[in-house]
Design a protein around this ligand. Structure first.
Ligand code: SAM
Length: 286
């Protein structure tokens, strides 16, 4: 089934409004405008949102709390309010709703009820952190929070070990040390990392380090809200092409292996991507 909705031609629209991640001045003009017009403002925590609204002189609004524990039942209620003709916004406590925050069920319900959804943009912790991380940014993988249980966290990290893009995690200050130690153990590789903390706030700080430096970091001073970025697996740069090509040639002489087998064997041996090796084989043969 194909469903197309021209957002602003629909008379029913749900606005996902981005709230600041620290500095209140990061709110957008569009956000203020739509919050002023809204009949109902659904939000993660009404106390936080009330502070934000008061700061911008947006007073006497009907607030409804929608958080992880009541999302399904409250979403139903909100959908009905929109269908009855109310202008409704949803905002989480910080940054983009839905990004490591509630709002996903609400969005799904809106779309299935032919309500248009739109984002009133703003600041996001992961993207702010990536920009100043000094790590490759052409491709990146946003993971969000790892599990708080070490065994599950290690399994999750195993699945990320081969990722060749920069990986972005959200982490709590009391777990940052344990998480970095697990990353060091599982990735088993001296990757570059960046801790970006308290973004947009007065104590904003970036800490650039390599996993082998971890014992020299004073974790007691790393407080507040944290984004951790880890360089992707770029082993291809460590094993030279010359070594890989020599090995490929040896295996090619032994006619019993297919190109695919060779790519697989060498990729496993040197922990590099099999597609990369396959490409080298094709280049040799061309
Ligand atoms: N929806 C938010 C977003 O768009 O960035 C993320 C919400 S998530 C519940 C909260 C986590 O985001 C924090 O634990 C922290 O890892 C990260 N975070 C939020 N604000 C931050 C800030 N000002 N500086 C650094 N990290 C922040």
């Amino acid at each position: 089934m194909i469903k197309r909705n021209k957002t602003f031609e629909n008379k029913h629209i749900l606005y996902f409004v981005v709230s600041p991640i620290g500095n209140l001045k990061d709110i957008s003009l569009r956000a203020i405008e739509i919050l002023k017009t809204a009949d109902v403002i659904a939000c993660e925590d009404t106390r936080n949102t009330l502070k934000l609204l008061t700061h911008f002189d947006i007073l006497n609004k009907h607030l409804i709390s929608l958080h992880n524990h009541n999302e399904k039942s409250v979403s139903n209620k909100i959908i009905n309010m929109i269908l009855e003709g109310n202008v409704v916004c949803y905002l989480s406590d910080a940054g983009y709703p839905i990004i490591s925050d509630p709002g996903k069920i609400l969005c799904e319900m809106a779309i299935s009820n032919n309500i248009s959804v739109t984002t009133i943009g703003g600041t996001n912790a992961a993207i702010n952190a990536l920009v100043c991380s000094n790590l490759p940014s052409e491709h990146f993988y946003f993971y969000g929070f790892l599990d708080s249980h070490q065994s599950k966290r290690k399994k999750q990290l195993e699945s990320l070990k081969e990722m060749d893009s920069t990986i972005i995690f959200y982490e709590a200050p009391h777990r940052i040390k344990a998480t970095i130690l697990d990353i060091k153990e599982i990735f088993n590789d001296n990757r570059r990392c960046t801790i970006a903390r308290e973004l947009t706030k007065i104590h904003e700080e970036y800490i650039y380090f390599e996993l082998n430096d971890v014992d020299n970091i004073d974790f007691d001073t790393i407080k507040g809200e944290i984004v951790l970025l880890v360089e992707g697996n770029n082993k291809q740069d460590i094993v030279s092409d010359e070594i890989l090509i020599n090995e490929i040639n040896e295996l090619l002489q032994n006619k019993k292996y297919s190109k695919k087998d060779i790519a697989l064997q060498i990729a496993k041996k040197y922990n590099v991507s099999k597609n990369y090796i396959y490409q080298l084989i094709l280049n040799i043969n061309s």
